[in-house]
Design a protein. Structure first.
Length: 317
């Protein structure tokens, strides 16, 4: 496989030395971007599946932490975000035609991993939207030996009445051909770029919030606004499907902020209670982005993840 270099925005990252990005073509013809973060004498590779609106440079700090622990890293710009192909004329709209299409992006990224000879075993980390994509990938046989999740989108936080209304509205939108419009109550502008720290639902850590804002100020092309009606409808159907599936045969850890206000905590608790080799950790005081909370929180999570990886590696021989 011949790899084409893609832009890697090193001016906004503190990633490990030698980080690079590559273009990858999906089997339905879209171009996504794959970030690769090397580590010296790596003992394995952490596959990092970002959330909605995110991009590979946002994971450079996480990758640097894991490089210091002896793991290479890979992150993906999903279709419709980052520098990957946007799917609608208005690039600010978050959109996907079908949620399983994200698995095409996973397959393309894995072809890059194989072409580069990234060290095995592979471990998995999925955040928010990436947690939904990661769970389906693991269920469908992604070659990883452990799975970790940060605020995974296994349900979207809504009041029961709002959930019913959202299902009806997204179905009506598809039937009338209006489902490519921005979902009600959502902004076309980037949440991080336009929200005050005091009002944000992502992190309680000011330096991390400022880092995200600096990245988007330097490279506004990375920004993404709210989702389309179709994205919302597809997301709800995907969450329903995921919750009906048995857990994949992997050791797993799920971390969530106790003050989570974006995705559904009960869905996480239920899923992990049914995961035979899975554990659930709720972080007091934390919001949605537990990987971008205070240094103490990040260190605790990384330590528990590292223990899981070591256990999985020992079991795999």
């Amino acid at each position: 496989m011949e790899l084409a270099a893609a832009p890697y925005l090193s001016d906004i990252t503190d990633g490990p030395e030698g980080a690079a990005a590559y273009w990858a073509r999906t089997d339905d013809g879209l171009r996504i971007r794959v970030g690769v973060f090397p580590a010296r004498a790596a003992r394995g590779t952490l596959l990092m599946f970002p959330g909605r609106t995110e991009y590979i440079e946002k994971y450079a700090l996480e990758a640097a932490d894991w490089a210091a622990r002896g793991y290479a890293g890979l992150a993906i710009d999903w279709r419709g975000q980052g520098l990957a192909d946007r799917l609608l004329p208005d690039a600010r709209l978050g959109h996907v035609d079908r949620f399983p299409d994200y698995q095409r992006d996973v397959a393309a990224a894995m072809r890059v991993a194989r072409a580069l000879g990234l060290p095995e075993p592979f471990h998995l980390l999925g955040h928010s939207l990436g947690g939904a994509i990661a769970l389906r990938a693991a269920i469908e046989g992604l070659p990883v030996i452990s799975a970790t999740f940060s605020g995974p989108m296994w349900g979207i936080r809504m009041a029961p009445a709002m959930r019913l209304a959202a299902r009806a509205l997204t179905a009506l939108g598809r039937w009338t051909g209006q489902d490519l419009r921005l979902a009600p109550s959502r902004s076309i502008e980037s949440y991080v770029a336009t929200t005050r720290f005091e009002d944000n639902l992502l992190t309680t850590d000011l330096p991390m919030w400022q880092m995200m804002q600096r990245q988007l100020a330097a490279h506004p092309e990375l920004g993404l606004g709210g989702p389309t009606l179709r994205w919302v409808g597809e997301a709800m159907r995907e969450c329903d499907w995921l919750m009906r599936q048995p857990a994949p045969p992997l050791p797993a850890l799920c971390f969530a902020g106790a003050r989570e206000a974006i995705v559904d905590l009960p869905a996480m608790r239920e899923r992990m209670a049914r995961w035979p080799d899975g554990d659930y950790r709720e972080i007091p005081g934390a919001l949605h982005e537990v990987l971008l909370e205070s240094p103490g929180v990040r260190h605790r999570i990384a330590g528990e993840m590292a223990d899981l990886f070591s256990r999985a590696e020992a079991a795999a021989g």
